[in-house]
Design a protein. Sequence first.
Length: 251
Amino acid sequence: MSQPYRSLTRTLLTTTALVLVAAFAGGCSAIDRLKNIGEQPKLSAIENPTAQPGYKPVQMPMPTPQPATYNPNSLWRNGSRAFFKDQRAQQVGDILTVTVNITDTAQFANETQLNRTGNINEDVNNFFGKGKVLGTAVPGTTLNADGTTANDGKGSINRQETLQTHIAAVVTQVLPNGNLVVEGKQEIRVNFEMRELIVAGVVRPEDIQSDNTIDSTKIAQARIAYGGKGQLTDLQQPRYGQQVFDVLLPF
């Protein structure tokens, strides 16, 4: 068997295996979709985020612990927004409201032009003092090379994203330096389409407003996801077979 034939056979076997794997994965998803024909997307149960598979506690760089200082004969507590009691979230299980306010605009325009021209021309009139070599006249020009390179590349990006909403989050962890790890999930179902909003990250207690709200721009390591599932989302996605061939086909 020739080498090109073996290579073609190997490529066909690999492609067939990938298609079968994708078909099997897509078949499982297709079975789930068949079960839900005519049904509304089901809302997930309210569960403990720390008990979910794959949950990992957040570890961040911590400063050196400092001894606590107290002000004698003082009723005021540092960082407090109220005289009698601080109503802001401060321990595991507390709830605070996250104001998701994303307004991103990006515009880029780049252009690169490259032009280069090269010319080499060498003349040889005598070869070791002889005008002829082996009875053949030495040509006047023995080397002549020309080269030209031209490149023109252009690129532009014009992107604008806006998302404004509110979501309640739960404190899942208190870091040693007092920062809070929060996580919130919201599901909204309208007819046969369900929208999901997920917010997670690390916040400082000092950034929480007196009304127990915090802006999403003040969340460190923020993870904000907004998407959905249902009939509309399903129709907007290409079929699994098409996705596989889009990855495999080189043209």
